[in-house]
Structure formats: structure tokens, C-alpha cells
Write a new protein. Structure first.
Length: 334
């Protein structure tokens, strides 16, 4: 008889038992993220039916059009974490400022940063979407957290991960001891351990990049993509291009099969598009924990000292060898 699959809750309890000082708060936080994933997945499944697709007509802090589902997902995170005593501050890619909790509300020791709905242009065409989260610890007792407390290097994250809303819903996370993936079984409403100790291959055969931006890239980046497309049996080229427009889905594919995701800086916009605290840092931690690498092209993502909440950063992430090859091109060594 086969073993009964391990649920997220059982896995969390088991992991907690390995940390004698654990109070259970972190375990509750992860379970709550799992719940958020169920709620968002439920909304996304009905999105085409209940007329919640499309735009609100407003623009967010990044100057981008807000989808109704962006707002719905953002509210879901806020409702799940405000007032339950697990966090003391929240930061959302969709909100200009940090959300602090009223002083008389229960305060937890964690701070949560999240991108509530990544790849939201995919909402109208039934393509994959994701949510990304980053967990930081607040250690001061003398005052409530301020926005500056959220500006921590990626290496200081205590946990990070993502929810992927694709053909199935997945929760993938790391708490600094490997990366574990859980798939939601909709029949029983439970996340089951489907990918224990995920390891990214050292080199892949897939690249994910928006090639429509080629004319904006530096010569080094243009040469790298040409290199990937040039056949060479010994190094497994040409690579296959796969780009969904959802960072979570693209990085997930690469985490499983290897390769590289690139959202490079551009000549007129060297900072690129993606957000350091909401996208690059959490995915950087996940990929590093799986044995991969995350870089701007010139430095490790997790070592960047953030200056502001919505800071953008170029992102080259994936298999170690592939990211190192990109770095050789962007640094003029190839
Ligand atoms: P949103 O979080 O605003 O939906 O952004 C999506 C995203 O940051 C990321 O998921 C994609 O990889 C990337 O943008 C796609 O951007 P382009 O449309 O410029 O290729």
C-alpha cells in the first residue's frame, strides 16, 4: 500500500519540530499563505464567469493599468494578514506605501512583502498567473516598524516563495533549508507535497525573455541572445524560447527543467522593469536555495542594498552555468 501523501500542514508541523525554539508563528504564516492561494485560485477559476476581468481604469504606483483581479488579490492578502497577529507590517507591489497595523491590533514578529498578482496581463486570456511573497523578521521592541525596516537585503529574508495558478495551483517556498513544492488537490482542498527538495539543473536548454525589447538592450545582452540561438551541439544550442508573460510561471519552468529567465536592464532604463523587493529577492532566494543563481548581470541579487520600496532591478535568474554565461556577456568577458 502506498504512503498517504504529506499535506502542507503536516509538512509544516514536521519542519517546526526540527526547530526546537519555534513558536508556531511562522508555520501559521505559511498556512495562511496557502489559504490566500486557495482564495485567489477560486476567484481566478470563476474570473471569466463573474465579470471581474478587465481593468479598473486606474493606474498603480508603477504607472501601470490596474486589473480588477490585481485589486482582488491584493485585498485577499491584506484581509488574511491584517489583524491575525502574524505580521506587524505589510508591503504590496500594488500599494505605494507600507501598510502598518493599528497599534491596538495584535502584532506579529514578521513583515510580509508580496506581489499579489504577477503576470496580470494574462488574466484576460486564461494564461498562468502567480503571487510572490517575501518574509522578513522584525526584531526591534522599542518602536513599531517603519518603511525603512522593509528595506532589507535579500539575504536577510527568512522565507520566500510563490503561488502558481496554472493548470494546477502550487505553493513553492523556501525557509532557507531547500525548496519544497506543494500542489493543491482541489478535490480535498489540501496542498500535497509534490516536489520535495527541488534542485535546478546546472544548465538548461530554455531561455525566457521578451525579445520584443531587443532594440533597447545593451550590445552584450543582444550578443548573448544571438549566441543562444546559434546551433552548437557541444553546448546544447540552440536553446528553446519559452515566455509566458508571467514571471512566476517562467521561473517555475526553469526551476524544474533548467535554463535562464532574463528581464535585463535597457540602455535608456538600466534599472529594468522588475521589482527588487517583490519579485527579484523572493525568487532569487528560491532559485539559490535550489542550487541556481540570481544576478543583475553584474552582481548577486540577494546582496543588493535596497534604497526604496518599489526599486526596480535587472533580473537574470536560473541555472548556475547559464546565469554565469550571461554575466560573461554582460561584463564583456565573452
Ligand atoms: P505584473 O506583476 O504587473 O503583472 O507584471 C508582470 C511582470 O512583472 C512579470 O510577471 C513578467 O515576466 C513581466 O512583467 C512581463 O513583462 P513584459 O510584458 O514587459 O514582457
Amino acid at each position: 500500500m502506498g504512503q498517504f501523501p504529506l499535506t502542507l500542514s503536516r509538512f509544516i508541523i514536521r519542519s517546526q519540530a526540527e526547530h526546537p525554539g519555534a513558536t508556531g508563528e511562522f508555520s501559521s504564516l505559511l498556512s495562511q499563505i496557502g489559504l490566500v492561494g486557495k482564495v485567489i485560485a477560486h476567484d481566478l477559476r470563476r474570473a471569466g464567469l463573474i465579470n471581474i476581468l478587465g481593468t479598473t481604469g486606474e493606474t498603480n504606483v508603477q504607472g501601470e493599468t490596474v486589473k480588477k483581479l490585481d485589486e482582488i488579490a491584493n485585498d485577499t492578502f491584506l484581509r488574511a494578514f491584517q489583524g491575525d497577529g502574524l505580521v506587524c507590517a505589510l508591503g504590496s507591489e500594488e500599494m505605494e506605501q507600507m501598510v502598518s497595523l493599528p497599534e491596538n491590533w495584535p502584532q506579529g514578529k514578521y513583515m510580509l512583502l508580496f506581489d499579489p498578482l504577477d503576470g496580470s496581463s494574462n488574466t484576460d486570456c486564461n494564461m498562468p498567473l502567480g503571487s510572490i511573497f517575501s518574509v522578513l523578521k522584525y526584531t526591534r521592541a522599542d518602536r513599531p516598524p517603519t518603511e525603512g525596516d522593509l528595506l532589507k537585503k535579500g539575504v536577510e529574508q527568512v522565507a520566500a516563495g510563490y503561488l502558481l495558478f496554472g493548470s494546477s495551483t502550487m505553493l513553492v517556498y523556501t525557509a532557507g533549508h531547500g525548496v519544497h513544492g506543494f500542489t493543491l488537490d482541489p478535490g480535498i482542498g489540501e496542498y500535497l507535497l509534490s516536489h520535495e527538495r527541488m534542485q535546478i539543473p546546472e544548465r538548461g536548454k530554455v531561455y525566457a525573455v521578451n525579445e520584443g525589447n531587443r532594440h533597447k538592450w545593451t550590445p552584450g545582452m543582444q550578443r548573448y541572445i544571438e549566441f543562444l540561438k546559434t546551433p552548437d551541439k557541444a553546448t546544447g544550442r540552440p536553446y528553446s524560447g519559452r515566455y509566458s508573460g508571467c514571471l512566476v510561471a517562467d521561473v517555475h519552468r526553469i526551476l524544474l527543467g533548467g535554463g535562464v529567465y532574463l528581464y535585463p536592464g535597457e540602455v535608456d532604463k538600466p534599472e529594468g522593469k522588475l521589482r527588487l523587493l517583490y519579485e527579484a529577492n523572493p525568487l532569487g532566494l528560491v532559485v539559490e536555495q535550489a542550487g541556481g543563481r540570481a544576478s543583475t548581470g553584474t552582481m548577486r541579487i540577494l546582496d543588493i542594498e535596497p534604497k526604496k520600496l518599489h526599486q526596480r532591478v535587472p533580473l537574470i535568474i536560473g541555472s548556475r552555468d547559464d546565469v554565469e554565461t550571461v554575466e560573461a556577456f554582460t561584463q564583456g568577458r565573452a
